[in-house]
Design a protein around this ligand. Structure first.
Ligand SMILES: Nc1ncnc2c1ncn2[C@@H]1O[C@H](COP(=O)(O)OP(=O)(O)OP(=O)(O)O)[C@@H](O)[C@H]1O
Ligand SMILES: [Mg+2]
Length: 282
């Protein structure tokens, strides 16, 4: 077997820096959101990005999927500069992103439809992924006729149906209740096991990050910088045992909580006009 060091990374973020321009009391200023962010994700790995609100997690996900520009640095997917949005990576949003006038099946088929996949083939793929996320029987329902958790699963099925090499998820379970969140987490882990997907999962939940991931990349408050990477060595599959009660789980939670409290300025929401945030052009 080839040594891991020679394996091509599924995702490599190198020195990524992002500024937004904003008007402030002192005139227009560059508002630093991501500051020299670097990390890697190996093929098949599940990596969580954890950080305070406003530290640039969504911005990072949008840059990686190609719907937001970067100002400095580089993103490599499978060792290459990424192509146009959607070809090799897919973003699952917190608000599901389903079209209300399309049924579950039509929503799931959308990604393939946009790529010109013939109708029979995309029906077949939709059936397969709807089944994988446990929505068989709801194909003809419209989004408003199903629950938030089911809508989220439909969003996941749509993302998976295009078989992206990299699945980006931005707080996908933030809008559902605690029970449903646990069920969706388990379903996601099962789906990843079957598909071998590489996942970058944005969350601000410490427990979610520990439960789901192989590694957690911890960001500071804005401007987002990587302060630490923590490897999660809990046994897999995590849903097969009561991993959350494991002593190791408790230790991880303590360690990650401590890093967030001591090294990320977690509770400093961030004054958008503070001098550390704004690089004035005047
Ligand atoms: N298009 C934009 N123009 C200007 N500023 C923006 C834009 N998008 C995001 N920002 C700013 O960038 C910062 C980071 O936002 P982002 O949404 O990436 O944070 P986040 O880490 O996802 O936060 P949360 O955990 O609350 O979702 C915020 O201060 C936000 O106001
Ligand atoms: Mg966000």
């Amino acid at each position: 077997m080839a040594p891991l060091a020679f394996m091509t990374e599924a995702l490599e973020v190198r020195d990524l820096t992002k500024l937004f321009f904003r008007q402030t009391p002192r005139g227009w200023g560059g508002f630093l959101v991501l500051d020299h962010v670097s990390f890697k994700v190996r093929p098949g790995e599940f990596v969580a990005v954890l950080g305070p609100s406003g530290c640039g997690k969504t911005t990072l996900a949008r840059i990686l999927v190609g719907i937001e520009s970067l100002d400095q640095g580089e993103v490599l997917i499978d060792g290459h500069a990424p192509g146009p949005p959607g070809q090799d990576r897919c973003l699952v949003f917190q608000n599901y992103g389903l079209f209300p006038w399309r049924t579950v099946a039509q929503n799931v088929e959308l990604g393939l439809e946009l790529r010109g996949v013939p109708v029979n083939q995309r029906r077949e793929a939709a059936r397969k992924y709807i089944d994988l996320v446990g929505l068989t029987g709801f194909e003809k329902y419209f989004p408003h006729q199903i629950s938030g958790g089911m809508q989220q699963r439909a969003g996941l099925a749509r993302a998976l149906s295009t078989q992206p090499r990299l699945l980006l998820m931005d707080e996908p379970f933030g809008a559902v209740d605690a029970q449903m969140r646990t069920a969706l987490q388990d379903q996601l882990l099962r789906v990843c096991e079957v598909t071998g997907a590489t996942v970058l999962f944005v969350t601000h939940s410490i427990e979610e990050a520990i439960y789901l991931s192989d590694r957690i990349v911890i960001f500071s408050a804005r401007p987002g910088r990587v302060v630490e990477e923590v490897t999660v060595k809990l046994p897999k599959p995590r849903y097969a045992s009561d991993v959350r009660s494991d002593v190791l789980f408790g230790e991880m939670r303590k360690r990650v909580t401590q890093i967030l409290a001591e090294r990320t300025d977690y509770y400093r929401a961030g004054d958008p006009t503070s001098d550390s945030a704004v690089l004035h052009t005047d």
